[in-house]
Every structure is written in structure tokens, then in C-alpha cells.
Design a protein around this ligand. Structure first.
Ligand code: N01
Length: 490
């Protein structure tokens, strides 16, 4: 992997993925003089999830002045919640302005990574050959392997059909009868767009989401100019947004509490104001607790499902037939095109790349009892292997980029230790066990487990191995620094 490799052909760090995680990691490695490094990216460009999810209406649901890297500010975000093209362009601009492009191998997928104990390095097998690296940082993320539902007849559908994360822009959906399965974060954004263009839209809802107003709006050019002239104002705005979102976490949002009931009352009020029809309102009212599934923000979804050209179908799907969808009560919805807004295979996806650690142990074996990692970053038995946005580090209440930056800092501490001459750094087994027990205990009565819903947060055994059960501040305290006493050095 020249010219980024060292003279011995061995990288100091191989970073996997050129999304927010990989880009942040690569920039900070270079700033700290850690090298040589290289980034491999399966896609054709920078952006990760923001390059892949190009469905109409795709946007962030955390305000952009917060949903951006702390060391790469952007004064001229055009909206409170930027849309996908602006976020993708932002990240590409950050990578370019930090000189990352020559270090990135696009169109390169990591197939397998094997720890070579004798040489204390990773052999990374990619579809373009082998790469040797002292350390691997996975910035591959969890939300990019589309989960297609196991509905009978899925392959029989005669018209175009695709997942929201693999939007087929060559298909003109205008003036067609379109169906969309799912009502999660992706659906809520795409439904208003489809409702505007399709001749008819059928929304297949299995479980209604809790929805709060988004209050999205353009940021006036004068304000953008002010942020550019006075960076302190932009920083203050970022801090204000952070604390506003962090507040629920500080008052214990992870459990069913008075706060849950207050939030439910606010969401019901939003629904009542937006949907006068009682029957429709009943269909749109969740029967599980607020926060059990990801809470969604939208100013447009309720209006969209009330359009004359939109049907909200809440029955159970029996099968997909060549010209539509058949419900168990026999109703048939005739469709020209079908969109799957059915989410991602988070657990299966994270094990798609085979990682073989010390003693030939595979990560899939280490995770047979559920995904786990110390601080969500390091796994015992897998020296010099780091995961960004690994197990139990997802959040729904604040900016995930804050979590990424905390993790990048933790990994940098470890990489600096390697740079000082250690061959390998590995989390001590009891340290990881204690950490995981702490998380599992916190999860026991959490809203995600006790809130009366199922979600992608939970694995097949009903355990939450995806979310961080506390505030960003608590994670910062826990993970910001890598304490050498938690690690074993060789
Ligand atoms: O996926 P989801 P998503 N029959 O898993 C339904 C992030 N994100 O792509 O609730 C019928 O949330 C399923 O129904 P149910 C964010 O972290 C962020 O929307 O399981 N329906 C559900 O309604 C988010 O959490 C943004 O009963 C079926 C939907 O499909 C994550 O990505 C935007 C079904 C899946 O919802 C995933 O969101 C978009 C079946 N067999 C995404 N199978 C931002 O704004 C599944 N469903 C930043």
C-alpha cells in the first residue's frame, strides 16, 4: 500500500472506512505524528453513511452546528438540520483540506484481518491484496448493511424495489403507486418526499414511532456571516445545542420516569395538533414507552400521511405478490414500486468481516454471548485492534460525533503507547468483564428493555449491545483517556 506504507511495508495504522469515524481518526493520527497510516474504504468516496443514504429527504436529526467535528467547524450550515448532500460535501471538504485523499484507497473492502502473533502485526486481507499494519482502527460503523424483511414472496415483486440505503435514483417514482415498508428514522424522512411526488403512496406501519416536532428551518445568510466573522458565537451556539440535548440524559432518560410521561404528553400534544381524525390518531399513537425505540423528529410526516393520495396501512403483511402487497385480512395494495425502509443488520453486519485475534480466536466467537468491548473500543484477545462506534456506544439523544471524538482520543492514547516502542496493547480481560457487567446492570431496567417495544438496539437474546446507557459527559469521563493500568503492554 505505498506510498503510505513505511519503508518495511508495514503501516502504523490501517483505518477502515472513510465516514465520520475514519476521517476523524486519520486527521488526528496525522496531527499527532502517528504514521504511516492508510484508510481503506469500500465505497467510491468519502462520507460513509452520508454517502450511502441518498434517499429523498435524508437529513440529520441533530442540529448541524453540533453534528460536525469540533476541530473542523463550518460557519455556513444552510439549515438547522442539514440535508445529506451538504453533510457529505462537508465531510469530503474536511478530508480534502486536511490532505487525506492520497491516503485513502477507495473501492477496497476488508475481508479478513488476522493477528500475526510472531511479528505483532495485523494481516489485513482486502479484495485488493494484503496490507500489513501494527494496528487497525475500524471506523466501519454499524448502520450500513441493509436488513431486508423476511416477508414471503419478496423476490416475486415485479416492479422496482430497493432499500432506503440503496436508493435507485434511475427509477422515476413520480406518478406511480409506491409502497414503503417501515416507519423508522429513514421512513419518516422519505415519506413526505414520496407523498409529494407519487401518484399514490401506501405506508406499511407495523409499529408507530413517537414523533416530536423538528422545527427545522434555514439559517439566514446574515447569521451564517456572523458565525464566520465571530467564531465565538458559533462555539456558543454549539455549546447551547449540546447542553440542550444532553439535559434529558442528565435527568435519567434511560429509565421509565416522570420525564418519560412528560415527553409522552408533549408528543401526544404534537399528534393531536397535527392529526384531527381520531381513528388515524389512534393508529399513529404508540403503545410502548417514549424512548424505547429511537424518538423521531418531523414537521412533515403527520401532514404527509393525511394527504388524499396516502394510505396508512396498519394491518399485518401476509406476502408480497408480483403487483403489490397482500395483507392477512386479504386486502391487496396494488403497487408499481416498493421501498424497504426496514433498517439495518447491526449485529450481523459488524461480524461480516472476519477478525482473528490472539490464538486464532475469532471475534465472532468472542462475541458469541453478545457484542462487547471495553469502552466499546477494545476487545480482550485482539491486541492493537480498535473499534469506533463499537458495542454500547451508540446514542439517540445527542450528537454521535461527540462519541466518535471521545473514542478517537482514547485510541490515540493507545497508538502513542505503541509508537513509544510497545509491540502490542490489549485490554485486560477482567477490566473488560467489569466494564461489560456495569453496562449490563445499567441496562436491566432501562427504557429499551422495560419500555414494551422491540428495536434494533436489542440483539437476538433481547440484550442491548448497541447503546451507551448514560450521558455523553459520562462517556467522556469513562473513555476519554486510555489508562495504562487497564491495558497489558507487550
Ligand atoms: O430503521 P429502523 P431506519 N414488516 O430499524 C419496520 C439511523 N438513522 O433505517 O418498529 C413490517 O429504525 C420496523 O417496524 P418495527 C438511526 O439511528 C438516522 O429507519 O420493528 N415492518 C421499523 O418501522 C436509526 O435508528 C437518521 O415494528 C418492518 C422499520 O421497518 C437507524 O438509522 C435517519 C419489518 C425499521 O426502522 C435505523 O433507522 C435515518 C417487517 N418484516 C436513520 N421489518 C437521521 O436522521 C422491519 N420493519 C440521522
Amino acid at each position: 500500500m505505498s506510498p503510505a506504507s513505511g519503508t518495511d511495508g508495514i503501516l502504523a495504522v490501517l483505518i477502515v472506512g472513510a465516514g465520520f469515524s475514519g476521517v476523524a481518526m486519520a486527521i488526528r493520527c496525522r496531527e499527532e505524528g502517528i504514521g504511516p497510516i492508510a484508510v481503506i474504504e469500500k465505497g467510491a468516496g468519502i462520507g460513509g453513511t452520508w454517502r450511502e443514504n441518498t434517499y429523498p429527504g435524508a437529513a440529520c436529526d441533530v442540529p448541524s452546528h453540533l453534528y460536525s467535528l469540533s476541530f473542523a467547524p463550518k460557519a455556513d450550515w444552510s439549515r438547522l438540520y442539514a440535508k445529506q448532500p451538504e453533510i457529505e460535501a462537508y465531510l469530503r471538504g474536511v478530508a480534502e483540506s486536511h490532505g487525506l485523499m492520497p491516503l485513502i484507497r477507495f473501492g477496497t473492502t476488508l475481508r479478513r484481518a488476522v493477528w500475526d502473533e510472531g511479528r505483532a502485526l495485523w494481516r489485513a486481507e482486502t479484495d485488493r491484496g494484503e496490507v500489513l499494519a501494527r494496528a487497525i482502527v475500524s471506523g466501519a460503523g454499524g448502520l450500513h448493511h441493509p436488513a431486508l424483511p423476511a416477508i414471503p414472496g419478496r423476490d416475486d415483486f415485479a416492479g422496482p424495489s430497493f432499500h432506503t440505503a440503496a436508493w435507485d435514483h434511475s427509477i422515476d417514482l413520480a406518478s406511480r403507486a409506491v409502497g414503503i415498508i417501515g416507519t423508522g428514522a429513514s421512513a419518516i424522512q422519505v415519506v413526505p418526499e414520496l407523498a409529494r411526488s407519487a401518484a399514490h403512496l401506501t405506508v406499511f406501519q407495523r409499529t408507530p414511532p413517537w414523533i416530536m416536532p423538528k422545527n427545522d428551518r434555514a439559517i439566514p445568510p446574515e447569521r451564517q456571516a456572523r458565525y464566520a466573522r465571530h467564531p465565538i458565537l458559533r462555539r456558543l451556539e454549539r455549546a447551547r445545542l449540546f447542553w440542550r440535548l444532553e439535559l434529558p440524559a442528565l435527568v435519567g432518560f434511560t429509565r421509565v420516569s416522570k420525564v418519560t410521561a412528560q415527553a409522552e404528553a408533549m408528543a401526544r400534544h404534537h399528534l393531536r395538533k397535527a392529526v384531527p381524525d381520531k381513528d388515524l390518531r389512534r393508529k399513529l399513537t404508540p403503545t410502548y414507552r417514549f424512548g424505547c425505540k429511537r424518538v423521531l423528529l418531523s414537521d412533515e410526516y403527520y401532514a404527509a400521511v393525511q394527504q388524499d393520495t396516502v394510505t396508512l396501512e396498519t394491518g399485518s403483511i401476509a406476502r408480497i405478490v408480483p403487483d403489490g402487497v397482500e395483507m392477512i385480512d386479504g386486502t391487496r395494495h396494488r403497487l408499481d414500486a416498493l421501498v424497504y425502509a426496514t433498517g439495518f443488520d447491526v449485529v450481523g453486519g459488524s461480524l461480516r468481516t472476519e477478525v482473528v485475534g490472539r490464538g486464532g480466536r475469532r471475534l465472532a466467537e468472542a462475541w458469541a454471548d453478545g457484542m462487547q468491548a471495553f469502552q466499546g473500543i477494545t476487545v480482550s484477545g485482539f491486541p492493537n485492534y480498535f473499534i469506533l462506534l463499537g458495542p454500547n456506544t451508540g446514542i439517540g439523544h445527542n450528537s454521535i460525533i461527540a462519541m466518535i471524538e471521545i473514542q478517537v482520543r482514547h485510541v490515540l492514547d493507545c497508538l502513542k503507547t505503541l509508537a513509544k516502542g510497545s509491540q502490542a496493547i490489549e485490554v485486560r480481560d477482567p477490566v473488560q468483564t467489569r466494564f461489560v457487567e456495569r453496562i449490563r446492570n445499567r441496562m436491566k431496567e432501562s427504557i429499551w428493555q422495560a419500555g414494551g417495544c422491540s428495536s434494533w438496539y436489542l440483539d437476538a437474546k433481547g440484550r442491548n449491545t448497541t447503546l451507551w446507557p448514560d450521558s455523553v459527559l459520562a462517556y467522556r469521563r469513562s473513555a476519554r483517556r486510555a489508562r495504562l493500568s487497564d491495558y497489558r503492554l507487550d
